[in-house]
Write a protein that binds this ligand. Structure first.
Ligand SMILES: Cc1ncc(COP(=O)(O)O)c(C=O)c1O
Length: 433
């Protein structure tokens, strides 16, 4: 089944409506109505209107199976992991380590010890900045990022560079929001210790040519961290094929619970890095004279981990696996194209981020209307979009805007919701006319 199409009053329908309907019909076949039933939150009303949830780049909604997994954990197997011989602890440990194996398969990592559970992308990047930085970054070295990074992939490197007397270099982007590859390449040099770059920009939707970026860096023996916060929910990943050295993502953007995320790292690098935090579970033996650290991945998982949410993330990974991320991504791409065609031509609208390769994000500004006003008026229509700098202030500066309104799509969104967004934007324009 495809999304249902209804063009009211066909005799009165304008040519625009007909074109929009034709475009909606050309969306890839996808049983979105069945999928929506898996997400109980979507069926509610907001301000008396059906909820249109278009803030998926901030966090996505959770399917029932994830909610049930969390409930089952707390009702029937809540115990700490790795530390006891009793039945509940063994069940919890088996499910916790089972989730690690699911994520290993999801990323196609070579070994499950390369999967470190953290709180999210932010903590994953901080872990690398702190631990890799402590061991491998010295005065005069350089860390290379891009102009489209989230603050999570800027500030940890700034702090490290300040501590070490190293330099943060920033690869520029063009007016469409695409990385200028020759400029990026020129910035790679003998002092570059690490490239840390997003796969997909949260504020623009730009998909970076990540395989080429990694190949360019590797040809100079420079390791690469990929910020996958916005790519893990949309792409089928293969970290071995990409050959990235680190890959970070957040569970809550991938239909999983909040408070859990993943750092993938090549075992050889993780082995060479010192612990990030210390305490229980990350040791193999402790005396007052000397502590020996645990093997991977536990060396990087100090203290009681977020057991329930790790297991919940495992359930989310199973869920997207059943849907098929490639099928879902094709549908989301169709929605993005449809939304761009509907919204970009609206009077006064300027799309920010017009890269040739984009994923699931439509950022825009409106003439003489602050993005917060756009967000507030859309909210009254039941439409949830994000308005602000999207934790990417330097990027906003690059485009000369303080903020944008951002609609971001998931596979449970529909063409009708895009139409509601377009109607909402017209309402915003009427209010400010
Ligand atoms: C590209 C990117 N990187 C990093 C982050 C930080 O993710 P989290 O807040 O889940 O740690 C985000 C969140 O929006 C993001 O979009």
């Amino acid at each position: 089944m495809t999304t249902s199409i209804s063009v009211s009053g066909s005799t009165a329908a304008s040519r625009k409506d007909v074109r929009a309907a034709a475009r909606r019909e050309s969306l890839p076949a996808f049983d979105v109505e069945r999928i929506r039933k898996d997400f109980p939150i979507l069926s509610q009303q907001i301000h008396g209107k059906p909820l249109v949830y278009l803030d998926n780049a901030a966090t996505s909604q959770k399917p029932r199976v994830v909610l049930e997994t969390l409930r089952r954990f707390y009702l029937s197997e809540c115990a700490n992991v790795h530390r006891a011989v009793h039945e509940l602890s063994e069940r919890a440990t088996a499910d916790y380590e089972g989730a690690r194996m699911k994520i290993q398969r999801f990323l196609n990592a070579a070994e499950d010890r390369e999967i470190i559970f953290v709180r999210g992308t932010t903590e994953a990047i901080n872990l690398v900045a702190s631990s890799f930085g402590k061991k491998f970054v010295k005065e005069g070295d350089e860390i290379l990022i891009s102009a489209m990074e989230h603050h999570s992939n800027i500030v940890p490197w700034q702090i490290l560079c300040e501590e070490k007397g190293a330099k943060l270099r920033v690869a520029p982007i063009n007016d469409d929001g695409e990385l200028i590859l020759p400029e990026f390449e020129k910035l790679l040099n003998a002092r570059t210790r690490l490239v840390s770059i997003c796969h997909v920009s949260n504020a623009l939707g730009t998909v970076n040519p990540i395989a080429r970026i990694i190949a360019m860096a590797h040809s100079r023996n420079i390791p690469v961290l990929v910020d996958g916060a916005q790519s893990a929910p949309h792409f089928r990943l293969n970290v071995q094929e990409l050959d990235c050295d680190f890959y970070a993502f957040s569970g809550h953007k991938l239909y999983g619970p909040t408070g859990v995320g993943v750092l993938y790292g090549k075992a050889s690098l993780l082995e060479a890095m010192p612990p990030y935090q210390s305490g229980g579970d990350m040791i193999s033996s402790v005396t007052f004279e000397k502590t020996l650290y645990n093997k991977l991945p536990y060396k990087f998982e100090a203290g009681t981990p977020n057991i329930a949410d790790v297991i919940g993330l495992g359930a989310a990974i199973d869920y997207v696996g059943q849907i098929g991320l490639e099928t879902a991504a094709a549908y989301e791409q169709g929605l993005l194209v449809y939304a761009t065609e509907r919204i970009a031509p609206l009077p006064g609208v300027r799309v920010i981020g017009t890269a040739r390769e984009k994923a699931a994000v439509l950022s825009f500004v409106m003439k003489d209307v602050h993005p917060h006003d756009i967000g507030t008026i859309l909210d009254q229509e039941g439409i949830a979009v994000r308005a602000g700098h999207h934790c990417a202030q330097p990027l906003m500066d690059r485009f000369g805007v303080p903020a944008t309104a951002r609609a971001s799509f998931a596979f449970y969104n529909t063409a009708e919701e895009v139409d509601a967004l377009a109607a909402g934007i017209e309402k915003v324009r009427d209010v400010f006319a």
